[in-house]
Design a protein around this ligand. Structure first.
Ligand SMILES: NC(=O)C1=CN([C@@H]2O[C@H](COP(=O)(O)OP(=O)(O)OC[C@H]3O[C@@H](n4cnc5c(N)ncnc54)[C@H](OP(=O)(O)O)[C@@H]3O)[C@@H](O)[C@H]2O)[C@@H](O)CC1
Ligand SMILES: [K+]
Length: 246
């Protein structure tokens, strides 16, 4: 059995469908919670607070949430980061009206006193001063991005491209603007310092620069036989870890 390192977006969609189908019965909320939690753990692993100065500890983690489930991962991630002692701020320019669930995720962020900026707060760039920002979490688009990018996200990604040499970007599942299979085909596109692939890496992850981008897999919710059925070995997560560095 060849151990696939990546699965195509088509196969990823089939995996999702079966995971959330009647036999297995995961809900999207459950998968999103585990996914967002694993991204928060990757931020902690990459940008640990332990032993850091108060100034370092006071820096923001700036989470940009898109309108879909990739954005949902970002909202969940921000909540866990707050509990881990980080200082998250969420920029959620286009709120998904799809389901009540997204509104509940925002209520939870309010409950944890995590600021949630919306689009009309033009000063979102104010929060992106390199000396005040630990990293940016790119939860804008995941595997359903279809170019060309529409506003307000085109403008946002243009700004991120200008900033990314001074503030590290942690991309959730797929670097925003990349094609899930072909990688960075539309320009400009971001070049993240960290990529957290969810469930299993997608083909676009083969286009990251190994020296520049630290690659984790997260979203720990499949057993060995299910992984083998889709042609890949389950990832050797350590003990209770929710991420594995690849
Ligand atoms: N399934 C799983 O196992 C798990 C999946 N999870 C996560 O789900 C992610 C996939 O979520 P997803 O399918 O909601 O798509 P996503 O990438 O968030 O974007 C869709 C939104 O973007 C918009 N949009 C698209 N193109 C655009 C453009 N050019 N310009 C502007 N807007 C554009 C599009 O708008 P529309 O085109 O529909 O109007 C829609 O609103 C996946 O990557 C992973 O992170 C985890 O939660 C848990 C485990
Ligand atoms: K993303």
């Amino acid at each position: 059995m060849s151990t696939l390192k990546v699965v195509s977006s088509k196969l990823a969609a089939e995996i999702d469908k079966e995971l959330m189908g009647p036999q297995i019965g995961f809900t999207l909320q459950q998968l999103m919670e585990l996914a967002g939690f694993s991204v928060a753990q990757a931020v902690c692993r990459q940008f640990p607070l332990r032993g850091k100065t108060e100034t370092e500890k006071g820096k923001h983690v700036f989470v940009i949430a898109g309108p879909g489930n990739n954005g949902g991962d970002g909202l969940v991630c921000a909540r866990h980061l707050k509990l881990f002692g980080y200082n998250p701020i969420v920029f959620y320019p286009k709120r998904s009206e799809r389901t009540e669930f997204y509104k509940q995720l925002v209520h939870q962020l309010n409950f944890f006193k995590v600021p949630v900026l919306s689009q009309d707060e033009e000063n979102w760039l104010e929060y992106l001063k390199p000396e005040k920002t630990l990293c940016i979490v790119d939860a804008i688009f995941g595997f359903s991005f279809k170019p060309p990018m529409r506003e307000p996200f085109k403008g946002i990604v243009d700004e991120l491209c200008k900033l990314q040499d001074r503030i590290p970007i942690v991309s959730v599942d797929v670097p925003t603007g990349w094609d899930v299979d072909e990688g960075p085909i539309s320009h400009p596109s971001i070049n993240p310092a960290v990529l957290v692939s969810l469930t299993v890496p997608k083909p676009c992850s083969t286009y990251i620069g190994e020296k520049h981008t630290t690659h984790y897999v997260g979203g720990r919710f499949i057993p060995r036989d299910f992984a083998n059925k889709y042609g890949f070995e389950p990832f050797g997560y350590e003990y209770t870890d929710q991420i594995l560095k690849l």
